[in-house]
Design a protein around this ligand. Sequence first.
Ligand code: MN
Length: 231
Amino acid sequence: MSDFVIAPVTAPSLAVEGTSSRFPIRRVFCVGRNYSDHAREMGHDPDREPPFFFMKPADAVVPAEGTLAYPALTEDLHHEIELVVAIGKDGVDIAPEDALSHVWGYAVGADLTRRDIQAQAKKMGRPWDWAKGFDESGPSSPLKPVSSVGHPEKGAIWLQVNGVERQRGDLSDQIWPVKDVISYISQSVKLKAGDLIFTGTPAGVGALHVGDVVHGGIDGLNEFTFTVGAR
Ligand code: MN
């Protein structure tokens, strides 16, 4: 038993659908602009840019259920519905054709974003962390293992707010599919079991307000519903 001077954190984790087992979360990687219609709505040319990444703290991932408080420091909280990949096997310099063997399972999550903070960071050439990595910024459904859902490469990805559709795309619209995303990340850092990857969002991102009911899903994978609570 190590002699820690304060209690060490328990690993943040996600539920595994239909079981009492949990998936321990190590790091959270996120892909920027991975659907061309969303890249365009953010004012970028999707065809010229290689993928880029940012991160969230592992404990930003929470169950996408119940009530999640409207975060501090923003007046423009945005929803981004995303396919979440759970890595089950370490690897470095993973070839795209081997990449899916590193996946343990999949979930559907939201990359919640303080858009006003992000816009200011972009303007001033500053990092995105404060826009992306706040508490409860990565709500996610339970995971489903590859053994039950395979590797979803197509299927509608959508998000409704108060019953009105805001976002709709298809996984097949991803500029960089999961195998390429895994390969790219593993060229930069050693990808480790427990890492999650939020793989980008289709067009239609927009503001959330206190009291909104957020319902998102990926057909054939999973869905979630949560309510935006008071600050
Ligand atoms: Mn995103």
